[in-house]
Design a protein around this ligand. Structure first.
Ligand SMILES: NC(=O)c1ccc[n+]([C@@H]2O[C@H](COP(=O)([O-])OP(=O)(O)OC[C@H]3O[C@@H](n4cnc5c(N)ncnc54)[C@H](OP(=O)(O)O)[C@@H]3O)[C@@H](O)[C@H]2O)c1
Length: 240
């Protein structure tokens, strides 16, 4: 897909991967729609990348907020070429300590929001001649891990949902693509980037967000995309 002039919607625009992808895609002269819950962070993005880009505030733990987002976008926009589902949270803790709110919010942000946002924006994506939905799944969506009961549950669910949808609308627009991604050097989850750099010095591998952004950009531009890309750093194990 030639990206110049295309409308690219990024949910999770303020995140580490969202930010890196925006920086990369800005070189392709796309028109951005940023989605996030912090108006301050969204305004910063518009200030950095230019006033022609637009933002919408939405809290993905709130059903009404998601409904309002879709309503506003359908009212304002003519078509969408690329939708990136990158909002997510990572609750990593022992099973007995998981509170109901954490479980609920994890499912809202990691599963329900990408479901409703993708479903709600389908009509706008069908107005584009070559639209694609890219969702950020995780290695934890195929590999169970201790202390990850909540996160794994949401990413297994996201993977099932997106790969099923990919089959349902195969050959039609938009194409559905899941990125089954390994650990990346952002503030995602309970560890900060500094904590993760300390782990790197002890041998743990993390992808750099700009490297991930390059990979994602190549996938978006590709004319022959797969339904799933598994991108794991060295050291990932498939042992259960
Ligand atoms: N980093 C990794 O190691 C890794 C590995 C595999 C997969 N992934 C997946 O990649 C995606 C992006 O991760 P990242 O590394 O960029 O994480 P991040 O830096 O923590 O960013 C997460 C994004 O989600 C947004 N978000 C959180 N709660 C929200 C809510 N209630 N409503 C709306 N937006 C909300 C955040 O907004 P705020 O800025 O307002 O908090 C932020 O934009 C996630 O889906 C994650 O599961 C990450």
């Amino acid at each position: 897909m030639k990206l110049s002039g295309k409308t690219v919607v990024i949910a999770g625009a303020s995140g580490g991967i969202g930010n890196a992808l925006i920086e990369r895609l800005a070189k392709e002269e796309v028109y951005f729609i940023f989605i996030g819950r912090s108006e301050e962070k969204l305004k910063e993005l518009v200030k950095k990348y230019g006033n022609l880009h637009k933002y919408y505030i939405a809290d993905f733990t709130n059903e009404k907020s998601i409904q309002n987002l879709i309503k506003s976008m359908k009212k304002d926009l003519v078509k969408i070429d690329v939708l990136i589902n990158s909002a997510g949270i990572g609750v990593y803790k022992p099973f007995p300590d998981v509170g109901f709110d954490e479980l609920r919010d994890s499912f809202y942000i990691n599963v329900f929001a990408p479901f409703w946002v993708t479903q709600g924006l389908l009509p706008l994506m069908r107005k584009s001649s070559s639209s694609v939905v890219i969702s950020l799944g995780s290695g934890m969506g195929i590999l169970p891990r201790e202390m990850r009961s909540v996160y794994c549950a949401t990413k297994f669910a996201l993977r099932g949902m997106m790969l099923s949808l990919a089959q349902e609308i195969r050959g039609k627009r938009p194409q559905i693509v899941l990125i089954t991604l390994g650990s990346t050097l952002t503030d995602f989850g309970p560890l900060t980037v500094s904590d993760k750099k300390r782990k790197m010095s002890r041998g743990k591998s993390y992808f750099k967000p700009d490297w991930v952004a390059d990979k994602l950009t190549n996938i978006i531009k590709s004319e022959n995309r797969l339904s799933e890309y598994r991108i794991f750093p060295r050291g990932y194990s498939s042992e259960v």
